[in-house]
Design a binder for this molecule. Structure first.
Ligand SMILES: O=P(O)(O)OC[C@H]1O[C@@H](O)[C@H](O)[C@@H](O)[C@@H]1O
Length: 307
């Protein structure tokens, strides 16, 4: 049996969940149940897409130019940023947003819930690279429940005899009609660090609308957010727990051009216009101390309603 056949024999669910490999050897879990379709790349524990069946367009966006290759991060989906967010504090050579999104994970469980939703759980596999960059004994797990809503829990367990500090994010790319026509609500009055203005501390006045590169870490907020999308006539709700930061990011034209993997988009105006990242995080002021022997959980739930 090949590893893929073995995985399908142990963890596939007839009519709901099947594993496949791409031409680069990456393995994906494809989920199709009564409520939604989704695809998850085992590398990075990275959900690549999610479309509830009552939606014509996916809710989790992935670039048509995304690379699906060993050791490469995927442009779109739900990258798992861990055990740090942004650049590493002291080591400039370590990858931005940590290593979790580019290393192999393994499937530890899969099942159908009583509701008919599909649940899948994965665990990050330690490698020489992860041990060199993270010299603490820990276990990182992700649990996804795919249905009309999408629930994700990221679980960090400290297996060491000392406390450690993590930064983390579920760096979700949401699909939208056009960046010029959406508003993000829920962060009114919150304090943020503005990454496009040298991390200046500011306070959010009203809902967020976009007319240029935006890269903000809202701190000390566990608030539910929503993306109001006038063009796709839908509101995406983002509820969370165990997360005190929310990152809002759009690269806009110039940065997207430089980054080079946003694709032309459905409109042909640039894929970057059809996504916005609203990331449930613990970053900067809100990095988390995980005491020895304890588990920290970050949970999100995404749902969609007419707008
Ligand atoms: O290109 P990456 O590493 O996936 O990061 C994308 C963006 O991720 C956001 O979370 C950061 O705030 C941005 O500064 C960054 O550009």
């Amino acid at each position: 049996m090949t590893p893929l056949e073995h995985l399908n024999a142990r963890r596939a669910i007839e009519g709901q969940l099947r594993f496949r490999a791409n031409d680069q050897g990456l393995i994906f879990a494809d989920i199709d149940n009564d409520f939604a379709q989704a695809s998850l790349c085992l590398q990075g524990g990275h959900l690549v897409s999610w479309r509830p069946k009552d939606q014509a367009r996916p809710v989790v966006w992935v670039s048509s130019a995304a690379k699906f290759a060993p050791g490469k991060s995927i442009r779109g989906g739900v990258p798992v940023c861990w055990p740090w967010f942004g650049p590493h504090e002291t080591e400039a050579g370590f990858p931005a947003h940590g290593f979790a999104r580019t290393v192999p994970w393994e499937v530890t469980d899969s099942c159908t819930l009583e509701t008919g939703e599909t649940e899948i759980a994965l665990m990050l596999l330690e490698t020489e690279q992860t041990r060199a960059q993270w010299p603490h004994r820990s276990r990182l797990e992700i649990m996804l429940s795919v249905g009309r809503s999408l629930k994700i829990t990221l679980m960090t367990t400290n297996l060491d005899d000392h406390d450690f500090v993590i930064g983390e994010a579920l760096h979700t790319y949401f699909e939208i009609g056009d960046i010029g026509e959406v508003r993000v609500t829920g962060l009114e009055g919150s304090e943020y660090l503005d990454k496009v203005d040298n991390f200046a501390r500011k306070r959010q006045d009203g809902a967020i609308a976009f007319n240029g590169e935006t890269d903000r870490v809202y701190v000390n907020t566990g608030a539910e957010c929503a993306i109001e999308d006038a063009r796709l006539k839908r509101r995406i709700r983002i509820a969370k727990s165990g997360s005190q930061s929310t990152v809002v990011w759009t690269p806009w034209a110039e940065k997207a051009e430089k980054m080079g993997d946003f694709g032309p988009g459905i409109s042909g105006q640039g894929g970057w216009r059809e996504m916005v990242c609203v990331e449930s995080a613990n970053a900067l002021d809100n990095r988390v101390t995980v005491p020895a022997g304890q588990t920290h959980r970050l949970t999100v739930e995404y749902s969609v309603e007419p707008f």
